[in-house]
Design a protein around this ligand. Structure first.
Ligand SMILES: O=P(O)(O)OC[C@@H](O)[C@@H](O)c1c[nH]c2ccccc12
Length: 285
């Protein structure tokens, strides 16, 4: 299974990295930096739908997505086009990312950034902090509840946001039990890479409204964003559709417009159902 391979390779990378910078040294470095202010999660709390735009060169399911990959320019364009946060893959083998790419983008933009990798060791959280990340990804399918809780505590100490990624009800339960404040529901099943775009919508109810809800993966068209806005996604995470767009600025504007329309639709539905329940209350009186 590819997820197991990704995790095993992540463990290997961590072991190699520890030979260069030992675990206690990496931790000391990270903890000596000014504590973060959780600006990644704050950026997801706008009244509208927030956009996390991803810099993604390739993926195990799609192969090479961006032949031409001027990653700094892409991130700058996201920032100028009104993205709320930027996601950068650092996994080298299947996603063709790197820590260097992350660091170069970090130096070029001011938006909050998430270091997207397969976190299997606390070392990677300290590494992310040292790279200037504002957030890390914790994938529930890879981590037991207790470990998620432990990693969340490290993130809290460092002032980093943890995006806790889930794919089903059990994983959401685990994320909540661990104390996640930001939960992503992935429409893509990382075990077989099938995309079920209704997954986020189906699981929406399982996530309390005081937890930030991020819908991840599979957005192709503006109408998809509209649907996610309608079900009350606080944020959407979009990679491929933006990477493939010739004009990313225009594409993001279309997505944003669809999000606003989706939110309006949801508000109208609330009004209609309020009016209906008032009318039926009136009938009863
Ligand atoms: O390119 P998409 O379908 O818009 O998906 C983006 C993002 O959700 C996806 O890259 C992702 C979600 N969770 C992950 C975990 C690891 C690597 C990548 C991911």
């Amino acid at each position: 299974m590819i997820l197991d391979e990704l995790a095993a390779y992540a463990s290997f990378r961590v072991a190699e990295a520890k030979k260069k910078i030992a675990a206690d040294e990496m931790e000391r470095k990270a903890r000596s930096l000014p504590k973060g202010d959780f600006r990644f999660e704050h950026a997801l709390c706008n009244t509208g739908v927030s956009f996390i735009c991803e810099v993604k060169r390739a993926s195990p399911s799609k192969g090479l997505i961006a032949e031409d990959f001027p990653y700094v320019e892409i991130a700058r364009e996201y920032e100028q086009a009104g993205a709320d946060c930027v996601s950068v893959l650092t996994e080298p083998k299947w996603f063709l990312g790197s820590d260097e790419i992350f660091k170069e983008i970090r130096a070029a933009i001011t938006l909050p950034m998430i270091r997207k990798d397969f976190t299997v060791d606390a070392y990677q959280i300290y590494e992310a902090k040292c790279m200037g990340a504002d957030a890390v990804l914790l994938i529930c399918a890879l981590l037991p509840t207790e470990t998620i809780r432990e990693y969340l505590k490290i993130c809290d100490d460092l002032g980093l946001t943890a995006l806790v990624e889930t794919h089903d009800e059990n994983e959401i339960r685990s994320a909540l039990k661990a104390g996640a404040r930001v939960i992503g529901v992935n429409n893509r099943n990382l075990k077989n890479f099938t995309v079920d775009f209704s997954n986020a919508a189906n699981l929406r109810e399982q996530i309390p409204t005081n937890v930030i809800f991020v819908a991840e993966s599979g957005v192709k068209e503006p109408q998809d964003v509209g649907v996610l806005a309608e079900i009350g996604a606080d944020a959407v995470l979009i990679g491929e559709a933006l990477m493939r767009a010739e004009d990313k600025t225009e594409r993001l504007a279309e997505f944003k417009q669809a999000a606003a329309q989706g939110r309006e639709k949801a508000a109208e539905q609330v009004q209609t159902s309020d009016a209906q329940s008032q009318a039926s209350d009136g009938g009863k009186a």
